[in-house]
Design a protein around this ligand. Structure first.
Ligand SMILES: CC(C)(COP(=O)(O)OP(=O)(O)OC[C@H]1O[C@@H](n2cnc3c(N)ncnc32)[C@H](O)[C@@H]1OP(=O)(O)O)[C@@H](O)C(=O)NCCC(=O)NCCS
Length: 181
């Protein structure tokens, strides 16, 4: 593979698509025999990172897991399949979508159990943030997800600014209370 193929200016969504399947064992479950939410979040993080690695071909860190819906419980013994792809590449960050299905091994019934959006940031070997290739969308669904990712980024940034402001206001109140005789 040539240098331009390993680090091109742009990559397709299809080239980032990743998949992982896990069998749910007793260690993964709560007292009801259902998959723990935290364990599922770990699977989601790992599968999301695979797509981010395939797009950036460098180190990535999870900056945010900003939306996750647990739609149905996953049971002990189920096969869980996670699929991910990059929705949008920004400058040094990428939004990745992850969708999760559970398969009952006895009946073969497959149900959608969770979806999540994550943001990964590309980092070079010295720990500096690194520009990522542009993303090429090829299907109507990819175009829709690409547009939605921008809206989510705007929403995320507005929410982050709101939280920062609330923290400042709370600190100012605590400081004022501390200096009162
Ligand atoms: C993620 C991290 C690299 C961002 O560093 P930073 O100095 O805040 O970076 P900047 O503010 O310059 O932002 C860099 C990019 O990250 C994005 N970003 C930063 N924080 C983000 C957040 N909370 N959510 C979404 N995107 C975020 C910015 O939008 C920007 O994207 P762009 O370059 O594509 O426009 C840094 O906060 C970090 O290392 N966090 C710990 C990561 C980690 O350990 N993850 C595992 C968690 S358990």
């Amino acid at each position: 593979m040539t240098a331009i193929e390993t680090n091109p200016i742009a990559r397709t969504v299809a080239s980032t698509q990743s998949e992982m399947t896990e069998i749910i064992l007793p260690n993964d479950t709560n007292t009801l025999g259902n998959l723990l939410g935290g364990r599922l979040m770990h699977f989601i993080d790992v599968t999301g990172a695979m797509a981010a690695y395939r797009h950036s071909r460098t180190n990535v860190v999870t900056a945010a897991m900003d939306h996750i819906d647990f739609i149905r419980p996953v049971h002990l013994g189920d096969l869980v399949t996670l699929k991910s792809s990059v929705n949008r590449a920004f400058s040094t960050s990428m939004e990745v979508g992850v969708k999760v299905w559970a398969e009952n091994t006895r009946t073969g019934c497959v149900v959608h159990v969770a979806s999540a959006y994550l943001v990964f940031v590309a980092i070079d070997d010295q720990g500096r943030r690194r520009q990522v290739p542009e993303l090429i969308t090829e299907t109507p669904n990819e175009v829709r997800r690409h547009a939605d990712a921008l809206l989510r980024r705007e929403h995320r940034e507005a929410e982050s600014a709101r939280r920062k402001e609330a923290r400042h206001a709370a600190t100012a109140q605590e400081d004022a209370a501390a200096i009162q005789p």
